[in-house]
Design a protein around this ligand. Sequence first.
Ligand code: HEM
Length: 181
Amino acid sequence: MKGVVFTEFLEMVEGRFSADMVDDIIDDAQLPHGGVYTSVGTYPHSEIVAMVVALSQRSGVAVPDLVRTFGQHLFGRFVQAYPSFFTGVTDAFQFLSGIEDIIHAEVLKLYPDAELPRFIVEHQDARTLVLLYQSPRHFEDLAEGLMHGCVAHFGEVIRIEREASTTAGATGQRFTLTRQA
Ligand code: HEM
């Protein structure tokens, strides 16, 4: 996983908890990289998982809740770091339906070794967007948080539901986004 995800995670922990909490979870997690990450480096995603588990144990907040909160935070950081990705994009459905072909395609040009998930647009109309998320790393909670961050960014009211796909040949998590207003 790219170092930018680690550095953003540790910044969020420092901001929402404390600098001591950052030191504590790095110690608890017994990380091969010792908690030292550069934004352009690449590290095993198991290290961020170990830090989230440590944070959960110390804070009492469940792991999925922490990962979703991180996703929301990360989206806000992406808005600041990659303003060009938002040029001409007017709503959340437009942005989210382009994650695979536009956003992550650009990310891959910037970071050729990025390990990205797959997003398949299964259905889209004015009121509904159905996305199938597939990744061997199972960061569906992160995806959910990023989607909430995206909806908040565009100031829209959209319900996000998630279920495991039971469609043959299409494993993964299916997100159904429905406009409420
Ligand atoms: C400006 C917008 C975005 C940027 C710049 C961006 C960039 C990235 C980067 C750098 C990674 C790490 C790749 C690696 O670790 O090797 C990543 C992973 C990921 N991205 Fe995005 N992303 C964006 C938007 C989104 C959105 C809106 C979603 C969800 C709806 C999403 C879902 C994910 C997930 C779930 C991962 C974790 C890897 C996995 O699931 O296998 N991204 N993205």
